[in-house]
Design a protein around this ligand. Structure first.
Ligand code: SAM
Length: 380
């Protein structure tokens, strides 16, 4: 495909996305209908689409319309490209440009939803603009090394993947070249490295884990945190998720990593007690909007309120599962106070002591995360 034909494909996919089709689905449908597109074309179209979703408001202003065409045009203008050379109307190229442009202003220039601006500003203070700017760009690719980090770097290099140690976590590697080769590399398939954001790794490093503990990952999803916990200590480790479907791949991933993780139904999970319960709760995902940018535009005040209620209900459900002297760890990938510190304040009282809270900013390289470690006090 020519560069201009890739733009036309991205315009169609973005129009479908704007009409309500999830971006992954719109990309898959286009891929199925476009057998002529090679892997380079698919990757390039995907990059244009996700780049436009991250910068929806500013690209729409620059491109003169909130349409697929406007977003693509705005993206080209934002990066200073010669739009008339690409929008020629010849062959599969988009029709010549007639649209005007205007510079984005205020929250629009930061690609921040208007209603969220004040809440994020209050939570992030002087970091607000730099964080929102960071979320306009693609996320770095991180790996977690299961053994020696330098050995993993050398092994990846043999397969044409360049990675370097990242300071956020002792296990974290940032991939700077060859990221598309990871999933077929022997280092990955043999379990020497696992794909995981650096702040996710750092969050698990912040947990007071010790050999022999009985641990529950209550919102395990695909098991990213379970696997990282299993790699840290010899635990009796249980994974639970309200959706059993989301844990479907966990046994395969655990086998690849040589980890023992028992999945539990809700009734089973609630029927035991634990030295540590991790609740990596469903949240706005505002800390990971560069990785999953659609969430930025799908969040509404009502959805946020629903999430806050779910988080509070989960905390209430798991608090009794922690043994006296044990730990409840509450985590989100949110930047918003109502999902983070405000939730933990609910557990304040004579039964709990907050031992640590840590906020990871996207400015540190990884996703934005919050973790609080609360100790259940033994009754005197
Ligand atoms: C942030 S994701 C977990 C990500 C996962 N810990 C990881 O590291 O890959 C939140 C998970 O919570 C689950 N969930 C939502 N409501 C829940 C509930 N009431 N109880 C338990 N899990 C719930 C969702 O299905 C989702 O998989």
């Amino acid at each position: 495909m020519t560069p201009a034909a890739r733009l036309s494909a991205a315009i169609d996919i973005l129009d479908r996305w704007l009409a309500g089709t999830p971006a992954e689905k719109a990309l898959t449908n286009w891929g199925r209908a476009s057998r002529f597109a090679g892997s380079g074309d698919r990757a390039a179209v995907r990059d244009i689409v996700f780049g436009a979703i991250r910068c929806r408001r500013s690209f729409a202003a620059l491109g003169g319309a909130e349409t697929g065409r406007g977003l693509v045009l705005g993206g080209l203008r934002a990066s200073g490209q010669d739009v008339d050379a690409l929008f020629t109307g010849i062959g599969h190229a988009p029709a010549p440009v007639t649209e005007g442009t205007r510079p984005p202003e205020g929250l629009e220039a930061l690609d921040c939803p208007e209603w969220l601006g004040p809440r994020l500003q209050s939570a992030l203070g002087s970091d607000f603009a730099p964080v929102m700017e960071a979320l306009r760009h693609r996320a770095p690719v991180f790996l977690r090394s299961l053994g020696d980090r330098d050995a993993a770097i050398a092994r990846l290099a043999e397969e044409g993947i360049t990675a370097q140690a990242h300071p956020l976590a002792s296990t974290a590697l940032e991939v700077t070249d060859g990221a598309r080769r990871i999933q077929n590399s022997a280092a990955y398939t043999s379990g020497a490295v696992e794909l995981q954001d650096a702040a996710s790794q750092a969050l698990v490093e912040a947990l007071p884990l010790a050999d022999g503990q009985q641990v529950l990952d209550f919102c395990a999803g695909g098991g990213g945190k379970s696997l990282a916990m299993a790699a840290r200590c010899d635990l009796r480790l249980f994974a639970h998720d309200r959706s059993a479907e989301r844990m479907r791949d966990l046994p395969i991933r655990a086998a690849r990593a040589g980890a023992r993780i028992t999945t539990l139904t809700t009734a089973e999970a609630l029927g035991r007690d634990y030295d540590l319960v991790l609740a990596d709760v469903p949240c706005s995902g505002s800390g990971s909007w560069r990785r999953a940018p659609e969430g930025k535009w799908l969040l509404t005040p009502e959805r946020l309120e629903g999430l806050v209620q779910t988080q509070a209900a989960i905390l209430e459900q798991i608090a009794p599962l922690v043994r006296p002297g044990g730990v409840l760890a509450y985590a989100t990938c949110s930047l918003l106070r109502e999902e983070n510190g405000d939730q933990i304040a609910r557990l304040a009282g004579p039964s709990w002591r907050t031992e640590a809270t840590r906020t990871f900013s996207p400015l540190e390289g990884g996703d934005g995360f919050f973790v609080a470690v609360l100790r259940k006090l033994t009754v005197a």
